[in-house]
Ligand binder design. Structure first.
Ligand code: SAH
Length: 275
């Protein structure tokens, strides 16, 4: 059982690793650089380590915290003018409740590792309302999201993230910066949603299916990994060599491949698995 910290016993099931390193906290604040009129949403504010920096600079801060005990502490510590607390699950939260007309949100969070991937995938649906996002994640996950193609770490999450956002690895954070310390290194990532008008149009389900299939058997050539959903001719029509492997394709290659997919023609439409 972890020792109490600031009167709160960290809960493993909520992925609670509280930031205690002042220098890292101020490095995050410097990277975010919150401005007075920004609309900032913090996901999983916990005991308020990063929140303190946000409310010091910004008039419009909202907090989404699942743990009721922590939400109550935050409500006691910050006035409603300083920060609006939503005691809710970020995986279900409707972020349009916070976004204001023509004023995009900025999102910040030291995220629980178990919800990072589903939360990111969900946030991409709100991209038109988001200016930028700064997250503390497992370093290994940040490496994967930011990996370029032709690289071992390049995978499904890299393709989907880089389709929606510009991604930037900011800095590494060691386990000692947290209480309790996690078992792995962490890192801060910045994600900047691309303007919707600049995104090549896709059918999201087809895109996701083709990307998942290709990476499910990443060591196989596309000819084999995409068997049943795209044939050699369709792969060639997308201007992609069927002898390549998934990690050799750019995001644009995947966009073109997904346009070749025709559910009526495909022989194997098993729902793709997650990774
Ligand atoms: N930001 C704080 C706490 C990070 S720990 C700090 O840096 O010190 C992760 C936080 O996310 C915890 O406060 C945890 O209760 C919260 N959390 C976990 N699952 C969540 C969810 N689904 N929605 C919102 N918050 C969640």
């Amino acid at each position: 059982m972890p020792k109490p910290y600031q009167g709160h016993t960290p809960r493993k099931r909520f992925g609670q690793n509280f930031l205690i390193d002042e220098q890292i906290i101020s490095q995050i604040a410097t990277a975010v650089n919150p401005q007075k009129t920004d609309t900032v949403v913090e996901i999983g504010p916990g005991l308020g380590a990063i929140t303190e920096e946000l409310v010091a600079h910004c008039d419009n801060v909202s907090l989404v915290e699942l743990d009721r005990d922590l939400a109550a502490k935050l409500q006691a510590r910050f006035t409603p003018e300083q920060a609006q607390v939503y005691t809710e699950d970020a995986l279900k939260f409707d972020f349009t409740r916070i976004s204001k007309a023509d004023h995009q949100m900025r999102i910040v969070g030291n995220l629980p590792y178990n919800i990072s991937t589903p939360l990111l995938l969900r946030l991409f649906n709100f991209n038109r309302h988001i200016k930028d996002m700064f997250f503390m994640l497992q370093k290994e996950l940040v490496d994967r999201i930011t990996a370029p193609h032709n690289c071992k770490q390049f995978g499904r999450l890299s393709v989907i993230s880089q389709y929606h956002c510009d991604t930037e690895y900011l800095f590494t954070v060691p386990p000692e910066a947290f209480n309790p310390p996690p078992k792995v290194q962490s890192a801060i990532i910045k994600l900047t949603p691309k303007p919707l008008s600049s995104l090549p149009p896709i059918e999201p389900e087809h895109f996701s299916l083709v990307v998942s299939k290709a990476f499910n058997q990443r060591r196989k050539t596309l000819r084999n990994s995409l068997k049943g959903i795209l044939d050699d001719q369709q792969i060639a029509n997308a201007n992609v060599d069927p002898k390549l492997r998934a990690e050799n394709l750019s995001v644009d290659d995947f966009v073109r491949l997904s346009k070749q997919y025709d559910p009526a023609q495909a022989s194997n439409t098993d729902p793709a698995s997650k990774d």
